[in-house]
Design a protein around this ligand. Structure first.
Ligand SMILES: CSCCC(=O)C(=O)O
Ligand SMILES: [Fe+2]
Length: 178
């Protein structure tokens, strides 16, 4: 079941560890940042949400150590692409079909990372322009359905370019009016 809490900022510890500061974050607080969480135990519910929100395409991302010949070091190296804070110019919609993972959300009002743990049948919608990152847990496995409004493309925009991105600026403007 989902868990959300402020990240403990202890970068000396493997990023796949929980990093729980002990300070929980409510789903309402996440919603104020534009992040939507849902628990959808059936595929029908996922399909209905996709219909409502106009997600026309999807694919499945399977991240596990076996994909890297059980070479955990290689997997960690590859995972760092997702763990580098980034934005997208579209919503990021991920549904955990199996396994688990951490979606870290940057609260730009408090300037703090919020860690959201997704477990099976959890879905997260990360708004366009918000800084975020992803890590598997120490289970080293997630099977995630990726939903897209248009073409299934994954384009991460990192700092410093992201800070000047118009979608980023629009996102920050929504926080001012919230
Ligand atoms: C398991 S989905 C990987 C994370 C991701 O797609 C992203 O952060 O853009
Ligand atoms: Fe992303």
């Amino acid at each position: 079941m989902v868990a959300a809490y402020f990240f403990d900022n202890d970068d000396s510890v493997d990023f796949r560890q929980p990093h729980n500061s002990g300070k929980d974050v409510s789903l309402d607080h996440l919603a104020k940042l534009g992040v939507i969480y849902k628990h959808l135990p059936s595929q029908e519910e996922v399909d209905s949400l996709a219909e409502q929100r106009g997600y026309k395409n999807r694919d499945i991302m399977n991240l596990n150590a076996a994909r890297f010949d059980n070479n955990e070091q290689l997997m960690v190296e590859k995972m760092k692409v997702f763990y580098k804070e980034h934005i997208h110019e579209d919503e990021e919609i991920r549904y955990c079909m199996d396994g688990d993972g951490y979606f870290d959300i940057k609260d730009s009002v408090l300037d703090r990372w919020i860690r959201v743990r997704l477990d099976r049948y959890d879905l997260i919608i990360v708004p366009a322009g918000i800084f975020h990152r992803f890590a598997v847990t120490t289970n080293n496995y997630i099977k995630a359905l990726r939903l897209f409004k248009d073409e299934p493309k994954w384009q991460a925009i990192n700092k410093p370019e992201a800070d000047q991105n118009p979608i980023r600026k629009s996102y920050l403007a929504t926080l001012q009016t919230a």
